[in-house]
Ligand binder design. Structure first.
Ligand code: SF4
Length: 1002
């Protein structure tokens, strides 16, 4: 590496100014330019995309003698314009790291060591283990709600990972897993952003970040809540700072003062888990003070729609609640429908039962007194925050895991969607909701359906209620059935025909009541039913809440197959300090993958932009690209099943896998893009996909990425007509290269921009066509504004409107079949404040015990492992999150010596007041314990932490980073031994951000 340690430390923090440089994303130090030029002479240059957060920063690497000799930011990449943060830069140490595993490894049952084995042996063992688990535990039928259902699946295998591999590898993994009949399918998004897609989808019809980094420069107000962007998404901050330099105001709302608070104009601190109360007040303030954008909500939202009169809400419970099942029947959450089965609208915004009038009533309960007591914020601060929110427009709301990791995660984000719709901030430059993703390809691993509930492209995975194509279509709509048929054509080729429902019935069926997430997986492993686990770039031994459960589950499996760059804590769980390996009978097969710099493929960042990674140095030792490992594994599995006549194996035999060895990645990307099967040509976009089996597309939302044979992810065009920061010819953005989702909402009924200074799309009457600097987000570019298709600003919802109230609604075709169904969160059509499952106080909004915490949460699920701690025993509120220098489980960053030098070990941050009460000083060792376990770390006593007064009582908050474990160059106890695995009922994401702990001097 050309960058010296000294230069690195200067850049990333040890000199004081360095941190600011890194955070602001200024370019690498231009040190010794002449010497560098000399060193790089004769080196091969390649471009790629950073491995860590999902900002998607471009890098340029230099290879000489098959070694990486330099890594720096790519100055032509619009995301980072040459800047890299400490992690992105530090990755340059990985390709040559002597800590990497470079040979396949095997740990025999009961053994205390690894043995090196050949690739042939490793692949053979892995394939046979998967086959054994599948064949011995095949579930052909299951009794669900008293009915015997053909489910043809296995519950004995888990497939975990995907957010650190490339798109093509994600696609291989999901095909393998679904062909094997696996239902425990998950990736890191379960732990991070699983709550984002349903929340955004419920309001807008799509689940993704709406705007893009370059668009931030148009914002007048940047509202950052539940995110420490300065440390976790530093290049996102670079774009925020551009807006600040243009005069934008920055508000930071969080549970503690951080480096992000430091650059904000306003900082508001609240108690962990109380965002809905705070935001509920702001919603109420907007409605009461008529601060909503009346024109926008009339044109673009369901504000005027009339709700059914049997929709009720009382004492924290919505109508239709079944206390025994912790579930709602959502029927009463629908609209009053006209004879045409469409929602009826009132002419008066506040007529009885309009969405707006019911919202007014609902949120009026969030008074200043109540909200101040709940959040710990002063009444002045709450009111000030509401006024600031209403003073500026456009406003962008940015968030990360501070909002998602709660048992009310979906409803937290729903508050953002309501606020932004009310203020007219969706679909306009400078507006939007930016969900900042934390892993390099977590966006795409979610897009590709590496989650139990989805198929690729957010198509629902079949359950007992949707186990035929007809039933599936009735639930999801003909609109989505078209994309499903295209996927089935890609998966099953000529075998998929209209006559056999496109081979829909080859795919397994899951039980809709069962928790098939990574949490359900380890609970069932503990119960003894999960036998084999395949992991790809994920380390749940460190990253799952209540991590002791992960360990116990692993101990009861037959086989763990771990595919990764480093041997991490999950792969070597049998060697945990204090345990006896002889007691653990799980065999482990380790498949050494190479680093991202050593392989090619596409990757999708937070703002949906797909970029190309070139190959740099050769893979170190015998390590291999994941796509090659996947090829080897699948071919071996198929070989093992090739002569079977058992019907359960037909899906394995029929699943397409036509990838050449030297063009695997390109072949897969083309399959994902899709073909016109009548001509053999690649389709140009979603619009070319047909409903009749004459086209295929592995994932419809990426149709166009290889449009007309052009590899668009490779593009590096710098054009930006209109100066909006879009760069339409750089990479390719899904869907259809639309950068600003819902941009139709920026125009009036006549299709003309409401804000001509920031026009982005418009109806061109002369051309009879929608035009724009961005691709217009309309279903048909020739559909004039006055026509039904030309007037759907949120065309992906059933209604075609933005949904303030997430009503239960299916839009029907003239023949009565569902055209599209809108998503409604299972825990309510409007957000409601509930306490975290472990809380220091009573819910001040409702007395009903059922509504103390989210009434749809089922916890504990395994009482002996999931005790709920009380305030008497555990008086302090713990929040945990990441830091700039270490990332996620720390598998990679704790093997980068330079980063370990910056932050050496985990710690707990507390206020001076609490430290005094405990008799603890800075650097003292303390024991932090919860109802699930304890860890001993050093105390970090700061002015940043301070107690809050909650419902009249002083309450202390403490904070811990979580990226440590017993492997790597920097070791330390895992915070997740003490966190709680209570889950959001929509998507089973855990409540990392609030649990109760005690602290004593160690
Ligand atoms: S970690 Fe994120 S912000 Fe830092 S260089 Fe990588 S992609 Fe960019």
């Amino acid at each position: 590496m050309n960058l010296t340690r000294r230069d690195f430390l200067k850049t990333t923090g040890l000199t004081g100014v360095g941190l600011a440089l890194a955070s602001l994303g200024l370019d690498m130090p231009k040190v010794k330019a002449a010497a560098k030029e000399f060193k790089l002479k004769g080196a091969r240059e390649f471009t790629s995309i950073c491995h860590f957060c999902a900002c998607g920063c471009g890098v340029i690497g230099y290879v000489k003698d098959d070694k990486l000799i330099n890594l720096e930011g790519a100055s032509d990449n619009p995301v980072n314009r040459g800047g890299l943060c400490s992690k992105g830069l530090g990755y340059g140490q990985i390709p040559n790291s002597d800590q990497r595993a470079t040979k396949p490894l095997y740990r025999a049952p009961g053994s205390d060591h690894w043995e090196e084995i050949s690739w042939d042996e490793a692949i053979d063992k892995a394939a046979r283990a998967l086959k054994k688990a599948r064949d011995e535990n095949w579930k052909q039928t299951e009794v669900i709600d008293g009915q015997t259902v053909d489910v043809h699946r296995t519950d004995a295998i888990g497939f975990i990972g995907g957010s650190q591999i490339n798109n093509e590898e994600c696609y291989q993994n999901i095909k393998m897993a679904r062909a094997l009949g696996v239902t425990y399918i998950d990736n890191q998004t379960r732990v991070c952003h699983a709550t984002t897609p349903p929340a955004m989808n419920a309001a807008f019809g799509r689940g993704a970040m709406t705007n893009h980094w370059g668009d931030l420069k148009h914002s007048k107000l940047i509202w950052i809540e539940g995110s420490n962007i300065a440390e976790c998404h530093p290049m996102g901050l670079k774009n925020v700072m551009k807006a600040k330099n243009n005069g934008a105001k920055i508000v930071h709302v969080d549970v503690r003062y951080t480096r992000t608070s430091k650059i904000a104009d306003y900082f508001f601190q609240l108690r962990p888990g109380t965002d809905i109360a705070f935001l509920g007040y702001i919603i109420s303030y907007i409605i009461e003070n008529k601060k909503y954008n009346e024109d926008y909500i009339r044109r673009n939202t369901n504000a005027y729609c009339i709700l059914r009169d049997d929709y009720k809400f009382d004492e924290g419970i919505f109508s239709g609640y079944n206390a025994e099942k912790h579930k709602y029947n959502m029927e009463t959450w629908g609209y009053a429908l006209g004879a045409d089965k469409k929602p009826q609208k009132a002419s008066d915004l506040f007529a009885p039962n309009t969405v707006m009038s019911r919202m007014k009533e609902h949120f009026s309960r969030y008074t200043l007194d109540k909200v101040s007591g709940i959040t710990g914020m002063s009444k002045d601060d709450i009111e000030l925050a509401a006024k600031i929110f209403c003073e500026y427009s456009p406003t962008v709301m940015m968030y990360a895991l501070g909002m998602t990791q709660h048992t009310v995660g979906v409803e937290n984000i729903r508050c953002f969607t309501i606020l932004q719709l009310l203020r007219g901030n969706i679909g306009v430059p400078g507006g939007g909701i930016d969900a900042m993703r934390g892993q390099p390809n977590v966006q795409a691993s979610t897009d590709f359906g590496i989650m139990f509930q989805y198929l690729p492209g957010y198509l629902s995975f079949p359950t007992e209620k949707t186990n035929t194509l007809e039933k599936w279509t009735r639930a999801s709509g003909t609109f989505r059935a078209k994309w499903l048929k295209n996927m089935l054509k890609a998966w099953f080729g000529d075998y998929a025909t209209p006559a056999n429902d496109y081979a829909f019935n080859l795919i397994g069926v899951r039980n809709s009541s069962h928790n098939d997430s990574i949490y359900g997986l380890f609970e069932d492993a503990y119960r003894g039913t999960v036998k084999c686990l395949y992991l790809c770039g994920q380390n749940p031994h460190v990253t799952n809440a209540n991590a002791g459960m992960v360990h116990d589950g692993l101990c009861r499996m037959d086989t763990v197959i771990a595919q990764d760059i480093f041997v991490n804590e999950t792969a070597e769980f049998w060697n945990r300090p204090g345990d006896n390996p002889a007691d653990i009978q799980t065999e482990v097969i380790f498949l050494p993958a190479c680093s991202y710099l050593e392989r090619r493929g596409t990757i999708t960042n937070s703002m949906r932009m797909i970029q190309w990674r070139m190959e740099g140095p050769k893979p170190l030792g015998d390590s291999k690209p994941d796509y090659e490992i996947n090829n080897l594994l699948w071919r071996k599995i198929r070989e093992l099943y090739q002569d079977s006549t058992d019907p359960k194996d037909e899906i394995i035999q029929r699943m397409t896998w036509n990838y050449s060895d030297d063009q695997t990645v390109e072949d897969i990307l083309k399959e994902i893009n899709g073909y016109d099967l009548t001509t053999g040509k690649l389709v140009s976009g979603i619009g070319q996909l047909k409903d009749d089996g004459t086209t295929s597309s592995g994932m419809w939302i990426y149709a166009g990425v290889y449009g007309n044979g052009e590899h668009k992810a490779q593009r590096r065009g710098q054009e930006d007509e209109g100066g909006l920061g879009i760069y339409p010819n750089f990479g390719w953005t899904w869907p259809d290269n639309i950068h600003l989702l819902y941009n139709r909402a920026s125009c009036d009924e006549n299709g003309q921009p409401v804000d001509p200074e920031h026009k982005i799309v418009w109806w061109d009457a002369a051309k009879n066509r929608w035009e724009g600097y961005d691709v217009p987000d309309v279903g048909n570019r020739n559909a004039a504004p006055g026509t039904p298709d030309g007037n759907k600003p949120f065309r992906m919802t059933g209604e075609g409107y933005g949904r303030l109230f997430a009503a239960e609604y299916s839009d029907l075709n003239p023949d009565g079949m569902t055209r599209d169904h809108s998503y409604t969160p299972v825990d309510g059509p409007l957000p409601e404040f509930y306490e975290p499952v472990e809380s220091p106080t009573k819910n001040a909004l409702h007395k009903d015990e059922k509504a103390q915490f989210n009434p749809c949460v089922v916890y504990p699920r395994l009482p002996e492992k999931q005790r709920i701690g009380t305030k008497d025993e555990f008086p302090y509120v713990l929040c945990s999150s990441g830091i700039a220098e270490h990332w996620c489980s720390g598998t990679v960053t704790r093997n980068i010596p330079w980063l370990n030098e910056l932050v050496k070990e985990p710690f707990v941050e507390m206020s001076h007041k609490l430290a005094d009460q405990l008799g603890v000083k800075l650097g003292d060792k303390v024991k932090v314990s919860s109802a699930r376990g304890n860890v001993t770390v050093k105390a970090m006593v700061t002015d940043r932490a301070r107690p809050l007064t909650i419902n009249g009582e002083e309450t202390h908050m403490v904070w811990m980073p979580y990226s440590w474990g017993f492997k790597g160059l920097s070791k330390g106890p895992s915070t997740n031994y003490i966190t709680i695995d209570a889950l959001d009922p929509n998507v089973q994401e855990q409540e990392f951000k609030a649990c109760l702990v005690n602290i004593t001097k160690a």
